[in-house]
Design a protein around this ligand. Structure first.
Ligand code: FMN
Length: 204
């Protein structure tokens, strides 16, 4: 389910250049609790690249939303705009997820995994699968990770997990940025990973 919209500046472009322009809807699930942290900087760069190419980016700062963990009731209520029994801020995410072409998982590496904020939101998407008759809607996906460590070994568990998600959800991987060697807020400034994130956003 892809929504292709003509970019707003088409009017000033020659007709021949308009035909291959597609604008995708991208949602970023930001699992970092730090407002101006390293994950946030990765998202800023990714969004800049994506928006320069006409895509529309909607960012959910999960830390500042009221989202409860999945209760495992398996009693989703079938409404696409609010499929879960729980009534909280996931009801802001669900309609955007339904419309999105691309989902971006953005998180600090916490104990070699997603932060709890992101994992909780991901678990709550199970209600969408239920609402679609146990079929997860097809999406494209990307991942942005900030971490103190900077070795293939430290990123291996989250890369494996992401690949397993893609395989089992039937989603298409569009790429990832693994920004290692960043610990404190601001550590990421001037690092090549910001350029990589912008390039990834532009490649959507
Ligand atoms: C609870 C917690 C767990 C962490 N676990 C890891 C880890 O397993 N590996 C790692 O490299 N860094 C780990 N870190 C460091 C963060 O990933 C790192 O500081 C990152 O840059 C934070 O991103 P942020 O600025 O977006 O919050 C951890 C930090 C915290 C607070």
């Amino acid at each position: 389910m892809h929504a292709f919209n003509i970019m707003p500046y088409c009017a000033i472009m020659p007709f021949t250049e308009r035909l291959d322009i597609v604008s995708k809807k991208i949602i970023v699930l930001n699992g970092s609790p730090r407002n101006k942290g390293n994950t946030s900087a990765l998202i800023d760069s990714f969004s800049e690249g994506a928006e320069e190419h006409g895509h529309v980016v909607t960012r959910f700062n999960l830390q500042r939303m009221h989202i409860h963990p999945c209760m495992g009731c398996l009693e989703g209520e079938g409404r696409l705009e609010s499929p879960c029994k729980q009534d909280d801020d996931m009801n802001k995410v669900y309609p955007a997820f339904e419309e999105a072409d691309i989902v971006v998982f953005a998180s600090p590496l916490y104990y070699w995994s997603f932060s709890a904020q992101l994992k909780i939101a991901l678990d709550r998407l199970f209600a969408v699968t239920e609402a679609h008759g146990m079929k997860t809607p097809k999406k494209e996906c990307a991942m942005l990770i900030a971490a103190e460590e900077d070795s293939p070994e430290s990123f291996a568990p989250i890369v494996d997990y992401y690949n397993l998600l893609m395989k089992n959800l039937g989603w298409e991987d569009k790429g990832m940025v693994l920004a290692g060697g960043v610990y404190k807020v601001g550590d990421i400034a001037g690092k090549p990973s910001l350029g990589e994130a912008k390039k990834l956003g532009a490649s959507m």
